[in-house]
Design a protein around this ligand. Structure first.
Ligand code: MG
Length: 252
């Protein structure tokens, strides 16, 4: 698959879409509390983005039933919102949200500690967030996709955690998932060179224990094989002639 380069006008639209995602995630971070259901978070995300004139991108995507992916503790990604799933004290809740706005997609994720969270879990969150930013820093012309992957993996493994292999970041534009794939681990094969105009969703998924994951029988929810906790942070960024622009970072 070819990598589609975006014009400045398209990057502006992608920024607008991603700002709606950023605002939604900020709102959810503020509202999430012990006792709330993941269904309520999903409803809030959908309502907020529609009020901004956007459509929830995940709803119905390959049959996904919700607008928001909510993945708690050992759930890595793609958790299905449910009235039966209640957020508890000490949980880490990963929320991944996407919208379509004026024909372009936004996609970002954060993991949020709720209540009194174990030290080890907080470290996992911090390492995952920092790994994302280390990856983003490599998104400059002349580097390759592999430089992003390697920066993420090195930071994570230095802290004794592991990166998920089965799920990867991606290009984003007028499609939610475009080329190239952006793994969170280094590969030996040649990966694409980064160029100004590429827009990429970089999304480390980091496990406290083994990197191995399984998909639950609901066909969506990805969990760690050892059922130890996992964290997920994602930004959509634009590669420029200089520093990358983080499109999904909330601008004030
Ligand atoms: Mg994504």
């Amino acid at each position: 698959m070819t990598i589609i380069l975006k014009s400045p006008r398209e990057i502006e639209l992608l920024r607008e879409a991603n700002q709606i995602v950023a605002k939604t995630l900020a709102l959810l971070a503020e509202k999430i509390e012990v006792g709330c259901t993941t269904f309520a978070l999903d409803a809030l995300a959908e309502k907020f983005c529609r009020n901004c004139g956007a459509e929830p991108a995940f709803k119905g995507y390959r049959g996904f039933p919700g607008s928001l992916c909510v993945s708690i503790n050992e759930q890595v990604v793609h958790g299905i919102p449910s009235k039966k799933v209640v957020v508890r004290d000490g949980d880490i809740v990963s929320i991944d949200f996407g919208v379509k706005y004026k024909g372009y997609y936004g996609d970002a994720a954060v993991s949020i500690p709720v209540g009194e969270v174990a030290e080890e879990r907080l470290t996992l969150l911090e390492v995952t967030r920092t790994a994302l930013y280390k990856g983003i820093a490599q998104a400059i012309p002349g580097n390759r996709i592999n430089d992003i992957s390697q920066a993420v993996q090195e930071h994570v493994e230095k802290h004794g955690f592991s990166v998920v292999r089965q799920f990867v970041g991606h290009g984003i534009g007028s499609q939610l998932h475009e080329a190239p794939e952006i793994p969170n681990y280094a590969r030996s094969e040649r990966t694409p060179k980064l160029m100004a105009g590429m827009v990429l969703a970089i999304e480390p998924m980091v496990n406290l224990g083994t990197h191995a994951v399984d998909v639950l029988r609901d066909g969506w929810t990805v969990v760690t094989r050892d059922r130890k906790v996992s964290a997920h942070f994602e930004h959509s960024i634009a590669v420029t002639d200089g520093e990358p622009i983080i499109l999904s970072e909330l601008s004030v």
